[in-house]
Design a protein around this ligand. Structure first.
Ligand code: C6P
Length: 408
């Protein structure tokens, strides 16, 4: 726990949080979709273009070398943040979706055979379903799904039953974007490893809320997106244990990922470059490193504690409204409150909240199979970051009551 700063001074770091709608401050409760950026992150991208702009790993000239140093220093900042053993295990990607596709493609080319199984959970985002379905389609492997209970938690006994030597990879989300459920991934990884099964953890919704230590988790792969961690869009991380990354073929061919090219044959570059074809998103890397410095300045434990408080305050607040039907009531949750309003459509609720200056997300949240499990077309989702306040939650409560008055 670090921060002793006031919430007002923290909010002042985020230009977008100064926006208003009409006379009221704008309330941003769509942090699971993307987070707002502190000024230091915005400055990192601007300063890069103003003082360092050049291509990395390519030039002998001063600018290119300085840009390369800053770019590779970002990799080490990210390595330390997620506690990876080596910086070559940190692959720069376009985001979570891209990271999962790189691994699923590698498994479809090098590992999966007909009759093998890929195990995922019933609460996965489409980006941790579709790439595996494609891998199964190409290889004849079979996709298996861990069922959920009515609270939106993995049924652990069912998970253990599905964990057989036929499973060649387990791919599971650490925090569900649609329910907020925090999965016991450390325990799941230990159980999978007892059978020698590698595990990919989708950290898109966990890295910004919880302390991530890939070595302590013993994860084989861990993916997340910069834009959900207060940094730029279009940039993310695939962490992979070096032994695994060495085993998988590259995803894209092109510049940077090669050692030597002839028309007859190409040999591939070492890690991490084997998976980084083409000119990278340089300012994306710099902005993520800056966002991590910002997070570390506040303290990830401070962030986690503050968000736990906000989530329980909001949960209690909505429990006072009889028309609210919560969706996802797991014992262990992070920062996401999904719900429906009895006899109202989630889209109408979201639209009325928007008219009152409150941004929430509505719909299936890119988790259609999960919505099917609950027999609903979608939910209203409020998702919080450390810069949100209980006063905003009070305003949200009042706006929701007004919306319900108009709808039911
Ligand atoms: N969820 C949401 O509003 P990308 O788009 O690659 O940065 O992240 C994909 C992704 C993968 N896994 C989980 C658990 C996610 O939540 C997301 C993105 C956003 O919930 C946009 S759909």
């Amino acid at each position: 726990m670090i921060s002793t700063r006031t919430i007002e001074s923290i909010r002042a770091d985020f230009p977008l949080l100064q926006r208003t709608q009409g006379k009221n401050p704008y309330i941003y409760f769509d942090n699971a979709a993307t987070t707002q950026k502190p000024r230091s992150v915005l400055d990192a991208a601007r300063v890069y273009y103003e003082t360092l702009n050049s291509n990395v790993h390519r030039g002998v000239h001063m600018l290119s070398q300085q840009a390369t140093d800053a770019f590779e220093e970002s990799r080490r900042v990210i390595q330390r943040f997620i506690h990876a053993k080596e910086d070559r295990e940190v692959i720069f990607t376009k985001g979570t979706t891209n990271g999962i596709n790189i691994v699923a493609h590698g498994f479809s080319r090098a590992i999966l055979k007909p009759g093998d199984e890929v195990l995922i959970s019933g609460m996965e985002h489409h980006s941790n379903i579709v790439p595996w379905q494609m891998a199964c389609e190409y290889t004849g492997a079979v996709l298996k799904v861990i069922p959920l209970n009515d609270r939106g938690e993995i049924i652990y006994e069912e998970f253990l039953k599905l964990l057989t030597p036929r499973v060649k990879i387990l791919a599971v989300v650490q925090v569900s974007n649609a329910l907020g459920t925090v999965n016991p991934v450390k325990e799941m990884i230990a159980d999978a490893h007892r059978l020698g099964i590698p595990v990919l953890v989708d950290g898109a919704q966990s890295t910004q809320h919880l302390r991530v230590d890939v070595q302590d988790l013993d994860a084989d792969f861990f993916v997340f997106s910069g834009h959900k961690v207060f940094a730029a869009t279009g940039f993310g991380i695939l962490y992979g244990r070096a032994e695994w990354l060495d085993k998988l073929p590259p995803y894209e061919g092109g510049g940077e990922m090669i050692k030597e090219v002839t028309f007859e044959k190409t040999t591939y570059n070492e890690l991490p470059f084997k998976f980084e074809a083409g000119t990278p998103h340089i300012e994306g890397a710099l902005s993520l490193a800056e966002a991590i410095r910002y997070i570390e300045g506040l303290g990830i434990d401070f962030i986690a504690a503050r968000e736990t408080e906000l989530l329980s305050y909001a949960t209690e607040s909505l429990a006072q409204i009889p028309e609210v039907i919560p969706v996802g009531t797991a014992a262990h949750k992070a920062s996401v409150l999904s719900f429906n309003i009895r006899n109202a459509h989630h889209l109408d609720v979201g639209t009325l909240l928007d008219k009152q200056g409150i941004a929430v997300r509505t719909g299936h949240h890119c988790a259609q199979p999960l919505m099917q499990r609950f027999g609903i077309p979608g939910t209203v989702r409020a998702s919080f970051a450390f810069y949100n306040t209980t006063a905003e939650i009070d305003a949200f409560h009042q706006a929701l009551v007004r919306s319900i008055g108009m709808l039911v």
